[in-house]
Design a protein around this ligand. Structure first.
Ligand code: PLP
Length: 400
């Protein structure tokens, strides 16, 4: 028989969210009468708002007409790429530096193809699991070594370093995953911090994959919404972004990656040209219906709806944060991001997860699932209906 890809063997057992779902199912089976509320995963819950939804509906309708029909669109609709450049990047990128995707996570997985097996990886610890698992699947790191994968350098982000890692730890010539606003901690890097990161990347010959999937939740205008607000970023960073959380497109599937033409490999070859080649080879573009929705989302009316939707989730975050602070639990995030990172010093995070589930019937995400430095933390997600979040907050008051 055919051999199993050894990279799959190298994956740590179970992806975090299926494990959380399994524990929820097991609890529900034993307590069938209990209404469990999830503040666990980062899935959106609120309907797509009307103007953006009309864009989706119109996109579907046009497909049924001779004049409006369209087929493959490869890197994406030119109009959408132009709009993304002008709205998010002040028009500084040409449309062939912007690639429309079916979501940030999908591109994060595919981008590894640019670098291949054996690439050194550095990740914030804790981090969104796909950076590590995607790297292992791509063969960029082999073998399981205690608390981390060989070939992957964990960059602890803790209260002690204000959730910004020690840049000295980043290996030469590595691929660095960086997420701000961060999932799971909710921390947002400042301009000064990102400038330090970029300088280190340029000096050390690293490439940063900057995940800005939560940038539309930033309310503090002094915080950078894109890495390209910082000088020299176009020489060392690819940015991935998404319509999932701001527009409620988690199921619609639409995102983009910026791959500047200034990016070069060690040998001087163009990373943009290679990405164009890879994208054209293994990806046939995002759904044209989703792209019609994306175009609507970037109209003035659509942008207002994005603001309304992100404000709603930030309102949830405020309630959760207040409930936790009332209990005397230290937490960060929730002000410029939909995640709240709560500290339970000296406790095992899976054990705290179980306590919250059993006592409050609320599902959360154990911090240890996001990396070794997540031990002792719980992530609360603000994605939920308001009445559920209010009820969860009421229940949390009985935690101790
Ligand atoms: N990046 C981060 C940091 C996320 O938390 C998520 C989803 O939770 C994604 C990317 C996935 O984005 P998309 O739905 O566009 O694949």
């Amino acid at each position: 028989m055919i051999n199993r890809n050894p990279c799959i063997t190298n994956l740590k057992a179970g992806y975090l969210f299926p494990e959380v779902a399994k524990r929820r199912r097991e609890f529900a089976a034993v307590h069938p009468d209990v209404k469990i509320i999830s503040l666990g995963i980062g899935n959106t819950t609120e309907p797509v708002l009307p103007y953006i939804n009309t864009g989706l509906v119109e996109g579907a309708r046009r497909l049924g007409t001779v004049e409006g029909y369209s087929g493959y669109q490869d890197e994406g609709l030119a109009a959408l790429r132009e709009k993304i450049s002008s709205i998010f990047y002040n028009g500084r990128f040409t449309i062939d530096e912007i690639f429309i995707s079916d979501g940030a996570k999908c591109d994060i997985g595919r981008l590894q193809m640019l670098f291949g097996a054996g690439t050194k990886i550095a990740v914030q610890d804790p981090s969104y699991p796909v950076y590590v698992d995607g790297s292992v699947l791509a063969g960029a790191a082999g073998g399981w070594e205690g608390s981390g994968y060989a070939g992957i350098t964990y960059l602890p982000c803790t209260p002690e370093n204000d959730y910004f890692p020690n840049i000295e730890l980043i290996p030469q010539n590595s691929l660095v995953y960086f997420c701000s606003p961060n999932n799971p901690t909710g921390a947002v890097s400042t301009r000064t911090q990102l400038a330090v990161l970029i300088k280190a990347a340029v000096d050390k010959g690293c490439l940063i994959v900057f995940d800005a999937a939560y940038s539309e939740f930033i309310r503090n205008s002094s915080l950078p919404k894109t890495i390209y607000e910082i000088d020299m970023a176009d020489r060392c960073a690819i940015e991935v972004n998404s319509f999932s959380k701001p527009a409620g497109f988690t199921g619609v599937r639409l995102g983009w990656s910026v791959v500047p033409k200034a990016l070069k490999y060690a040998g001087g070859e163009s990373i943009n040209a290679d990405w164009s080649r890879i994208a054209g080879t293994i990806f046939n573009g995002a759904s044209n219906i989703a792209q019609a929705g994306g175009l609507a989302a970037l109209d003035d009316e659509g942008l207002k709806e994005i603001r309304r939707l992100t404000d709603f989730y930030l309102g949830n975050a405020k309630l959760i944060r207040a409930a936790l602070l009332k209990l005397g639990i230290n937490c960060i995030g929730g002000d410029n991001s939909p995640y709240i990172w709560a500290q339970f010093p000296g406790r095992d995070s899976w054990e705290v997860f179980s306590q919250i589930l059993e006592k409050c019937y609320v599902v959360t995400t154990p911090g240890a699932g996001f990396g070794p430095a997540g031990q002792g933390f719980i992530r609360f997600s603000a994605f939920g209906h308001r009445e559920d979040v209010e009820e969860a907050c009421k229940r949390l008051s009985t935690l101790f």
